[in-house]
Write a protein that binds this ligand. Structure first.
Ligand code: ZN
Length: 317
C-alpha cells in the first residue's frame, strides 16, 4: 500500500498574469543589471507536466530578484502543454505534439517541420543562444533523491558542485532520441565557458519537488554571482547540505526491440553489485550490467522503441 501523502499533490499555478513579459517573447521575463556580466537563464516547464519549476520561478519573482551584474531571465518554456494539465491525467501534459527537450540541434530547429513544441522552441531560441549560464528545472516520474544533470564537460560538474544541491551530480551525454536544451550549441561543447545544468527536483506531483526546485534556483543564482547571497536567500534560506557526489554515465540503454521490460521494479540510483546481472529484456535480448556497483539512473516508465530505458553509471567522486 502506498503511504498517504502528507501534503496535497502539486498543482499548476495560473500564469496568465505572467504572459506579457519584457522580452517580446510570451512568458519570458528579463532583469538587466545595467552592468556587464553573464546572461543567466532559468527555464521551467520544458515538460508541461513538471510543475516544480513554475512554483520556483513564481516564488522567486515574488522577491523581485535584481541581478548584481549581467542579466537574469526567467522563461516558462512549454506553456501550451502546461495549460493542458489535467490532474486526472497529468502525464498527458508532458507535451502537445512531441518532446520539447529532444529538438535542440540546429538541423531540427532550422527544418521546415512544424509542431507546437518546435514553434515554441524557435520563439525562445534567442534566449537560449544568448545565455552564458542555464538552469533548467525538471521533475521525475519516480520519487527518490533529486539529481543534477551536468553534461560531460568538466565545467558543468564544477558548477553543479558549487551550487551544492542536488547532492547527486550526474555527468551524462543525453538521449539518442534527440538533443536536449541543456546540450544545445555551446552548452554541449567540450570546451568553452557556456554552462548548463538540468535539475531533476523530485517526483512530478510531490510538493517537495517545488521546494527542491526553489532551493536549487536560489543556490544557483548565488553560485553564479547573479544575486548577492542575502538576496538569493530571500528566495530560499537553504540549509547546510553534505558535499555532492558525482556519477559518471557510461552507458545508455536505448530500446531497440518492440518491447522492453525491467527485471523487478528498479528505482532511481539503485546500485547493482555484480557485473553481468540481467536488469531487463529488450525484445528477446537480455540487458546486463557492464561492471560491479553499477548505478541505474532514472529507469523509465515510458518503454517505447527508440527511447532511453535507463542510463548506467558509477560513482567517481
Ligand atoms: Zn523533464
Amino acid at each position: 500500500m502506498e503511504k498517504q501523502a502528507a501534503r496535497a499533490d502539486l498543482m499548476p499555478i495560473d500564469l496568465s498574469g505572467l504572459r506579457r513579459g519584457n522580452t517580446g517573447i510570451d512568458y519570458a521575463h528579463r532583469f538587466d543589471s545595467g552592468r556587464p556580466g553573464p546572461e543567466v537563464l532559468v527555464a521551467a516547464v520544458v515538460h508541461g507536466n513538471e510543475l516544480c519549476g513554475v512554483h520556483a520561478l513564481v516564488r522567486a519573482l515574488a522577491t523581485e530578484p535584481r541581478p548584481e551584474r549581467g542579466a537574469l531571465t526567467f522563461c516558462f518554456c512549454n506553456v501550451a502543454a502546461y495549460l493542458g494539465f489535467d490532474p486526472a491525467a497529468p502525464a498527458r501534459a508532458r507535451f502537445v505534439d512531441e518532446d520539447f527537450n529532444r529538438l535542440w540541434d540546429a538541423e531540427t530547429l532550422d527544418s521546415p517541420r512544424r509542431s507546437s513544441e518546435l514553434d515554441r522552441a524557435r520563439r525562445i531560441r534567442p534566449l537560449i543562444e544568448q545565455a552564458d549560464q542555464l538552469l533548467d528545472l525538471h521533475s521525475m516520474q519516480t520519487g527518490g533523491e533529486p539529481l543534477m544533470l551536468a553534461g560531460t564537460a568538466e565545467r558543468g560538474r564544477e558548477l553543479a558542485i558549487r551550487v551544492g544541491f542536488p547532492r547527486i551530480v550526474v555527468a551524462d551525454p543525453g538521449h539518442a532520441a534527440g538533443r536536449r536544451m541543456r546540450d544545445f550549441g555551446g552548452f554541449g561543447a567540450a570546451h568553452g565557458t557556456r554552462t548548463a545544468l538540468l535539475a531533476e527536483c523530485g517526483q512530478h506531483r510531490d510538493p517537495a519537488a517545488a521546494d527542491n526546485a526553489t532551493e536549487v534556483l536560489a543556490r544557483f543564482l548565488a553560485a553564479t554571482g547573479t544575486l548577492r547571497p542575502e538576496a538569493a536567500r530571500r528566495i530560499c534560506d537553504w540549509p547546510e547540505r553534505p558535499a555532492p557526489r558525482v556519477i559518471e554515465v557510461t552507458d545508455r540503454v536505448t530500446i531497440r526491440g518492440q518491447s522492453f521490460r525491467f527485471v523487478g521494479n528498479p528505482e532511481n540510483l539503485d546500485m547493482i553489485e555484480k557485473a553481468g546481472t540481467v536488469i531487463g529484456h529488450d525484445g528477446g535480448r537480455p540487458v546486463e550490467t557492464p561492471y560491479d556497483n553499477c548505478v541505474l539512473i532514472m529507469p523509465s516508465r515510458r518503454l517505447a522503441t527508440g527511447q532511453t530505458a535507463v542510463r548506467l553509471g558509477r560513482y567517481v567522486a
